[in-house]
Design a protein around this ligand. Structure first.
Ligand code: PBG
Length: 328
């Protein structure tokens, strides 16, 4: 039998695992700082950055510290920044999301001015950070999230974010037709240059828990009428086809680690860049276990990111972006 000599194996895969240099040479997947995108929170009306308790190491920034952290990320070689705004005043329609001098728009201006040549500046395009009820859209008279009324708000948000200078908008609300409406709204004001990173497969996930603290969300209930059921895989392919048809430039799967099958399938199916979002709960789990001494923090972080890349993500949003970029 080929490669077999008596009772000993003739084929020895272990040869390629013998030394760090050998393992590095044959590695099929690599992490690079430019593939990492750092999600950042900026909060209106605070004098000092506020720690997010459920995400040790993550803060709600002031405009000032946001700028500094953006510079640090850029210097570490991080490829992109994704900005989330937390306004002082929230209301039913998320008015601050479309105010030209709302906190997110100010933050976009600040960050673009500071590091806009070195990194790609992206903004979350969603209403949940701005609404007092915490939903990603506006509500109808029965308290249900009104898809088409929300699309009108998203169109306006896209335009003010583009006016503020953002390079990429990230619609994350899972409203039907959001990518198409946003593309039209951008084109209408002559902003064909602004790209859309579509949250294509976004699941109604318990892993978003800590994010709710990070944006001071008052959501009661859940998002199951608009985000996808974790039970479904094929549904993501349908969302993917729609997003591409509507003009998505890049597509995202979120959360990442519990949905590597979805990521892999999406990556196999498309020729646009594929992004994964390692979300707040994924971050919190690792930090909590590491704080207890139960896992090796740095190795676990590297392993999760490598696995997400291996499954097919070209780029990864991760709260560890700056730290990991520095280590690479
Ligand atoms: C919606 C949005 C959410 C996240 C990113 N964009 C929250 C949600 O859908 O409930 C979650 C990110 C994370 O958990 O890290 N604007």
């Amino acid at each position: 039998m080929t490669g077999s000599y008596g009772e000993f194996p003739g084929v020895r895969p272990r040869r390629l695992r013998t030394t760090p240099a050998m393992r590095r040479l044959v590695a099929e997947t690599r992490l690079h700082p430019a593939d990492l995108i750092l999600p950042m929170f900026v909060r209106e009306g605070i004098a000092e950055p506020q720690p997010v308790t459920s995400m040790p190491g993550v803060v709600q920034h002031t405009r000032d510290t946001l700028r500094k952290a953006a510079v640090e990320a850029a210097e570490a070689g991080v490829g992109g920044l994704m900005l989330f705004g937390v306004p002082e005043v929230k209301d039913a329609i998320g008015s601050q999301g479309t105010e030209p001098d709302g906190i997110l728009q100010l933050a976009i201006r600040d960050v673009v001015a500071e590091v806009g040549d070195a990194v790609v500046v992206m903004s979350d395009l969603c209403l949940d950070e701005f609404t007092d009820h915490g939903h990603c859209g506006v509500l109808d008279d029965q308290g249900r999230v009104d898809n088409d009324a929300t699309l009108e708000r998203y169109a306006e948000m896209a335009q003010v974010q583009a006016d503020a200078g953002v390079h990429v908008v990230g619609p994350s609300g899972m409203m039907d037709g959001q990518v198409g409406v946003i593309r039209d709204a951008l084109d209408e004001i002559g902003r064909q240059d602004v790209a859309i990173l579509a949250y294509t497969a976004k699941y109604a996930s318990a892993f978003f828990g800590p994010f709710r603290e990070a944006v001071g969300s008052s959501l009661k209930g859940d998002r199951k009428t608009y985000q996808q059921d974790p039970a479904n895989l094929r549904e993501s392919m349908r969302e993917l086809a729609l997003d591409l048809q509507e003009g998505a430039d890049m597509v995202m799967v979120k959360p990442a680690l519990p949905y590597l099958d979805v990521l892999s399938k999406v990556a196999d199916a498309v020729d646009v860049p594929v992004v994964a979002y390692q979300v707040s709960g994924e971050y919190a789990m690792v930090e909590a276990a590491a704080a207890n001494g139960w896992i090796d923090r740095d190795r676990t972080i590297q392993e999760t990111l490598t696995s997400i890349r291996r499954a097919g993500a070209g780029m990864i949003l991760t709260y560890w972006a700056t730290e990991v970029a520095r280590q690479l």
